[in-house]
Design a protein around this ligand. Sequence first.
Ligand code: NAD
Length: 487
Amino acid sequence: MNSAQPPASHFVGGAYIEDAAGAPFECIYPATGEVIARLHAATPAIIERALVSANRAQKEWAALAPVARGRVLRRAADILRERNQELSELETLDTGKPIQETLVADATSGADALEYFGGIAASITGETIPLGQDFAFTTREPLGVCVGIGAWNYPTQIACWKAAPALACGNAMVFKPSELTPLGALKLAEILIEAGAPAGLFNVVQGAGEVGARLIANPLVAKVSLTGSVPTGRKVYAAAADGIRHVTMELGGKSPLIIFEDADIENAVSAAINANFYSTGQICSNGTRVFVHEDIRVDFLERLAARTANARIGDPLNPQTNVGPLISSAQRDKVLAFIAAGRAEGARLVIGGGIPQDQHSGGFFIEPTIFDGVTDDMTIAREEIFGPVLSLLSFKDEAEVVGRANGTEFGLAAGVFTSDIKRGHRIAAALEAGTCWINTYNLTPVEMPFGGVKQSGVGRENARAAIEHYTQIKTVYVAMGDVEAPY
Ligand code: NAD
């Protein structure tokens, strides 16, 4: 029996707190269906306390020298790395993702964000604008109290990707993890205190959408950053608009991965596997529409199917496992319904398509699934599945594939494989996507901006670009001469 019970549900004002009046909910280990923690959703009193604590801590924090703020974030990064094993095990229990993945992609990428933004905290500056004998200057001020709302696929990374730039810029944060993965963000809150952050600077409150909605509606909140689906994004954006609050929206996708006839086939197959089956397909930027040039479709599919058959599905805590369960039984049912739609609409099932026969653990497993002969109008080619389902579409020429790749409401990411460097750049320029990869897929180092266009989002996370989304500009005009007046 695995247990990951935290001392209490919420982390507010520098300590764990509980309010048993909040609706109880369970955290379930997706690999077995076991309850690993019992928590309570935040009551209005907890939410108010978190926001008031954040508001108080923000003033103290913003008054520190930026280099001192940066030091706290860099210390937190070091602690995350020192505890990577323990944090990765917890992330695996929280999400069901294989330990093979969590050891390299979760606390470690969170640490990268804290280190990166800790490093640039002291170089966030404004500009001086000459105006003849007068001049103006600008400063980048913090926004105040920011709310972060997370999805369940990368709970620790999402908390860090939001907290690191927010805190580096002098803001405080109240973070609400997904109700399906409440554990990782609590550890980040503990670690930030240990690293020297003031009590109340980073708070975690638990609960489902209504807790998020209540947070956003509070007048103390200056900004909301959401990672979630497009329908949730619409609601959160509208609620933020009501209070004229700043937003960052990291939403869903249905991204294209285009493979030309001159591509290195093994590399392209590796990318298609990573772009569809890593984290059991639960990645927003996944390249789920794999467009393969018709001249290489048969060879590509043969290698893709053969290599996918080697996937090791099972116990995520076993270091040999590379495909874990989906997050919940509801998500598994949703993905199975998409697979059924793919079959019903005439796509050809090449491999997978069901629950693995040897999985009797009570977990929410689905086999990595490949459909061939998918057409643009099929449900599986249009809607975000958020599960291990790859759709293979074939194409003849460049203009055609670009038009088809862009024929979606989403625009999070895209990839192109070709050995023609000019074509690679031409396609990347033509694709309507916030992030494009040439000859790789799904690499998101903190040094580069990440975010979507069209329905996939507003704003950018990571890199210097994130600074613009966690600061506001103050302009000061300085007069050096006399003031003229008409009378
Ligand atoms: P979701 O939209 O169901 O929930 C996201 C978060 O929003 C949860 O914490 C949820 O409790 C909260 N929420 C729901 N309704 C709310 C409301 N009315 N007000 C405030 N908060 C509310 O998404 P999910 O199922 O947790 O995650 C999967 C989705 O997230 C997919 O669409 C995926 O593409 C997207 N995603 C995007 C990125 C990105 O960076 N672009 C990263 C990961 C996941």
